[in-house]
Design a protein around this ligand. Structure first.
Ligand code: LLP
Length: 417
């Protein structure tokens, strides 16, 4: 990630020295690089050059308003999964026609609101949802544009918690049931079939699952269209992985070169394409700065206790995920091996295990690849306020979210009479 680099012994994001930000704004602190996000988006845009295609940023990865604004200005649409995400993306100034709505459990209220503002498409995940969405639309005198999310049943070879395209999980409509579901959708008075959708998982680092999924989806496009139902767009979901610890996922443009070749070969090169990338647009554009509070040597392990915790960075605790941890200032301290842990009262509150670090209390560390699924999954556990967020643009620094204080946390609560 060229935007995150050392100058001499000090870590920078673009042209800004991180130690200065840590001193000015306190820690834990998320810092993002605008150039890095735009570079990640550009890789997809290069891949789609000359095509009718829409990158719909999966905002669950990082739903901070300024980041939504950034992607909207760069021409993105948005993939949402809740009424809350809908209101956030509207608040960022995004037109409803740029929004697609995924998720297995849309409520009637969420459907009504999305129909009222006029979103681009609902990605419907079950036969039952088709019936409900049609009924809600009829009540409102509207027709809901729909794609069916089909489960291509390919193994994305990723962590089981984030693999979504296999038979045994809750997402999508089974491949073998999809044609019938399409025929039903075409009959329902409140629906307008517009496309097909799939999403096979997250942090995918190989090309082959995508290529297999494309074949499976295009087989289905064949049979749905043979049944007289026209599919105007093909939404291929998100899931492309990033480098956390030496993974080498395919580049977005190289992947799409191969996928587009398949589309063309099967005669579907004219269809509008949509994708829903999240992590690959923001993951490596962000990091979390944290201060070393204490070093605690032990018989079996040495602990490096920092001021960031599982509430700020939940991925290690939830998925045993690896995030690189590096110093803000390289120094001459003798390195030792530590478990990097937070102040939360749980053994699961760790950020890195068995890391070789040269650290002393009072120094700062950066937890890398923290742009995706960190702040958006942060909580207030242990009554910890969520961190501040900064967006760096060259030598400019934009405060995009202030640190949460206790008043923010208690705002909705009521004491007993
Ligand atoms: N589309 C749908 C329907 C999804 O469910 C997801 C992610 C995406 C797009 C975006 O996938 P991405 O490009 O970011 O891989 N919290 C986990 C990841 C959960 C992913 C859930 N779905 C983590 O921290 O690894």
């Amino acid at each position: 990630q060229p935007q995150v680099h050392y100058r001499g012994d000090e870590l920078y994001v673009e042209d800004v020295r991180l130690a200065d930000l840590a001193r000015e704004h306190g820690t834990p602190l998320f810092v993002y690089s605008k150039a890095s996000m735009l570079a990640a988006l550009a890789a997809y845009q290069r891949g789609f050059a000359g095509r009718k295609a829409k990158v719909c940023y999966a905002m669950k990865a990082n739903s901070s308003l300024a980041i939504l604004q950034l992607f909207a200005r760069a021409g993105c649409g948005f993939d949402i999964v809740s009424g809350g995400e809908l209101e956030r993306v509207l608040a960022a100034g995004v037109p409803a026609g740029e929004i697609i709505f995924s998720g297995v459990g849309k409520t009637r209220r969420e459907m009504r609101r999305a129909l009222e503002v006029g979103i681009r498409c609902f990605n419907v995940e079950s036969e039952a949802e088709l019936e409900v969405l049609s009924a809600v639309a009829v009540e409102m005198g509207k027709r809901a544009p729909v794609s069916l999310r089909v489960n291509p049943d390919v193994d994305p070879k990723t962590h089981p918690y984030i693999s979504t395209g296999l038979k045994g999980n809750k997402f999508g409509i089974a491949h073998k049931d999809a044609l019938l579901a399409y025929q039903r959708a075409a009959q329902l008075p409140g629906l307008q079939v517009v496309g097909i959708d799939c999403h096979i998982g997250s942090q995918i680092t190989f090309m082959s699952p995508y290529l297999d999924a494309m074949d499976r989806i295009l087989d289905l496009v064949d049979s749905v269209e043979r049944a007289g139902i026209r599919l105007h767009h093909i939404d291929f979901g998100g899931g492309l992985g990033i480098n956390y610890t030496g993974e080498q996922p395919p580049a977005a443009d190289a992947l799409w070169q191969q996928l587009l070749a398949k589309l063309d070969a099967r005669g579907y090169g004219d269809r509008e394409l949509m994708i829903e990338p999240g992590r690959s647009l923001v993951g490596n554009a962000g990091l979390c700065v944290t201060e070393v509070l204490y070093l605690k040597p032990g018989e079996q392990k040495n602990f490096c206790i920092v001021d960031a915790a599982m509430n700020d960075l939940p991925r290690p605790a939830m998925y045993e995920a690896f995030h690189a941890i590096v110093p803000l200032a390289r120094n001459e301290v003798k390195p030792a091996t530590f478990d990097v842990v937070g102040p939360v009262c749980e053994s699961g509150d760790w950020i890195g295990r068995d890391r070789k670090l040269s650290v002393e209390p009072g120094e700062f560390l950066a937890v890398l690849s923290a742009g995706a699924y960190c702040m958006s999954m942060a909580s207030n556990y242990n009554a910890r306020g969520r961190p501040a967020e900064l967006l760096v643009d060259g030598s400019q620094v934009h405060m995009i979210r202030e640190r949460e204080d206790v008043a923010d946390q208690m705002r909705k609560e009521k004491l007993l009479p």
